[in-house]
Design a protein around this ligand. Structure first.
Ligand SMILES: Cc1cc2nc3c(=O)[nH]c(=O)nc-3n(C[C@H](O)[C@H](O)[C@H](O)COP(=O)(O)O)c2cc1C
Length: 211
């Protein structure tokens, strides 16, 4: 396997530094729309990185489920490993890589649980199977190699028979309020375009970075 010779010359697009948005959320939405046109299924897949109480970093894929002026929203189990990291340290990073567009977005920010009623609203909108899944999984806990979810699924199905499935209290959303957002566009000769937004004195400012 010749890994060292795997390389692409990036040449699909550029960042127009004369035509930028005032804030990174607006700029992100433009790029996200471009990504959705190319990858409707999972343009919202992103890498969430957290740091544990003993300073170990950890990354995993989550699905972005909303963006608003406050930040970037995802849903998970509030007792999972990532949630324990977040309890200890709310500084997180989120990374999107859209290879079809030769684009990366790197977000760092402070994460907080979203309002209970917003988690309820989203939970209600999920398919019944996914709602069941939230009840069934003690996310990140060790389970027996022969553990069979069907037993618990059957008892859950009878518990909620002909009823709406309530949101488990340990499952809900988080919102990452960004403090720094970098947009990266691959360019020929590895001379990539990089644009970074940062909050300074309560205002967004942007700068270009060397590749
Ligand atoms: C494409 C994809 C999407 C995922 N989306 C989510 C998600 O939205 N929320 C979530 O909790 N886990 C999601 N996962 C699973 C996580 O990557 C991870 O395995 C899980 O959250 C446990 O992480 P933790 O032990 O670090 O808490 C997804 C995984 C993949 C590959």
């Amino acid at each position: 396997m010749d890994i060292k010779n795997l390389r692409l010359n990036y040449e699909k697009s550029t960042i127009d530094f004369k035509n930028l948005a005032d804030n990174p959320i607006q700029y992100f939405m433009n790029w996200f729309e471009d990504a959705l046109k190319i990858n409707k299924q999972e343009a919202n897949a992103c890498i969430l990185s957290t740091v544990s109480s003993d300073n170990c970093p950890s990354s995993r894929v989550v699905l972005l489920k909303g963006v608003n002026k406050n930040g970037f929203i995802f849903f998970t189990n509030y007792k999972s490993s990532k949630a324990k990291d977040i309890d200890a340290n709310p500084n997180v990073a989120l990374n999107f890589y859209w290879p079809e567009l030769e684009r990366q977005v790197r977000i760092t920010g402070i994460v907080k649980k979203i309002a209970i009623n917003d988690s309820d609203t989203y939970f209600k909108s999920r398919p019944r199977d996914s709602q069941m899944g939230a009840w069934l999984s003690d996310q990140s806990k060790v389970i027996g190699l022969d553990y069979n979810f069907m037993d618990t699924l059957n008892s859950l199905e009878s518990k909620f028979k002909d009823k709406a499935i309530a949101r488990p209290l340990h499952w809900g959303g988080y919102c990452i309020a960004p403090i720094k957002v970098e947009f990266w566009q691959g360019r020929p000769f590895r001379l990539h375009d990089r644009l970074v937004y940062k909050i300074e004195d309560g205002e967004w400012i942007y700068k270009r970075l060397s590749p």
